[in-house]
Design a binder for this molecule. Structure first.
Ligand SMILES: Cc1ncc(COP(=O)(O)O)c(C=O)c1O
Length: 324
């Protein structure tokens, strides 16, 4: 039976020839209708995955999350994502209800129960149920949700043609406020920038920080390439310490490309040879213009393409196996 946390020891599961069915049985799930969702230690049907309207994740965006990819039956950079979840939790003084090991198991089990080979996982921890006031001390038990779903791929044309990006007038949050390094449930700042892009007919917006330096796009880190040097703003410029961004750092050394974390201005992006975005969901997306200035040839660049190829290779060879 699952323990108090609802987490089953993985080693027991490993010996079972039908781990997906076995996991469901262990959690008392009679049948898998559509999606099974991990909610506070239980695996429940999608239609039963409901939380209180007094949950402060809903009332105040008080909580944190992670978005993780499954490639070919393996969870990509799982430890790194869980580590970032705990770092976000620490910054907002939220106690994650599971330890690292149990969180990892619960994530793997949720993927298994849903029999996914390729997909997207969302880990969410909210402050939990409180009253209508914002005091987090009133929330005694955090809410933990794990959703493992099929991945919604972006259209191929996005990667072939590249993105036209516009700079938003909305600035990235100050690090002294909600630090952009925290992957919090409060994305309104990014959403406002996305609305600006939508209103102007652009698919994506770039946010600058308070000093006018480039930070990141609404859900991706940004990179400029000049003379074979790959540059991206440092975390101190107000960016999420992206896990794809860190994978690119590794890939650059393999590809013998110089990599630098450096403050960038819009001018640096306008005049770059190439630019691209990175993120778990979008992976690596070429950027072909910023504020109607064509970047380089106006087509996805060769370095961007080679980083994209290496990244795809990495995602298919690296990762925590779900079914072994
Ligand atoms: C604001 C923001 N920046 C950057 C990223 C990219 O981070 P990662 O590569 O870890 O997905 C994300 C996506 O999670 C994001 O929401």
């Amino acid at each position: 039976m699952p323990g108090a946390s609802g987490v089953k020891e993985l080693k027991e599961v490993n010996h079972n020839p039908s781990p997906c069915k076995r996991i469901r049985e262990e959690f008392g799930v009679k049948e898998k209708k559509e999606m099974l969702i991990y909610l506070n230690g239980k695996l429940v049907q999608e239609e039963d995955a409901k939380i209180s309207v007094f949950d402060h994740g809903l009332l105040y965006g008080d909580g944190i999350f992670e978005g993780i990819r499954i490639y070919n039956g393996k969870i990509f950079k799982l430890d790194e994502h869980i580590e970032r979840l705990y770092n976000s939790a620490k910054a907002i003084m939220l106690e994650v209800p599971l330890n690292f090991y149990d969180m990892k198991n619960a994530t793997i089990q949720t993927v298994r129960a849903n029999e996914l080979q390729d997909g997207y996982i969302r880990l969410i921890v909210t402050r939990g149920v409180g009253d209508l006031g914002l005091n987090p001390l009133k929330c005694k038990v955090p809410t933990l949700i794990i959703i493992a779903n099929k991945v919604a791929l972006y259209p191929e044309s996005l990667y072939e043609k590249g993105l036209d990006v516009i700079t938003a007038s909305t600035r990235r949050n100050l690090s002294e406020s909600v630090n952009p390094a925290i992957k919090s449930l409060n994305y309104l700042n990014n959403i406002l920038a996305k609305i600006e892009a939508n209103n102007s007919g652009f698919p994506e917006a770039l946010l600058l920080n308070q000093e006018g330096f480039v930070s990141e796009c609404t859900g991706e880190n940004i990179f400029a390439v000049k003379n074979r040097m790959v540059m991206t703003p440092p975390v101190s410029a107000g960016v999420l310490d992206g896990i794809t961004r860190n994978a690119i750092k590794e890939l650059c050394s393999r590809l013998k490309l110089e990599f630098r974390e450096i403050n960038l201005t819009r001018y640096d992006i306008f005049n770059a040879d190439e630019a691209f975005l990175s993120g778990t969901a979008a992976e690596i997306v070429p950027v072909v213009s910023l504020d109607r200035r064509i970047i380089g040839s106006g087509k996805p660049g060769e370095i961007t393409k080679s980083i994209g190829r290496e990244f795809r290779l990495l995602t298919h060879t690296d990762g925590v196996p779900v079914y072994e």
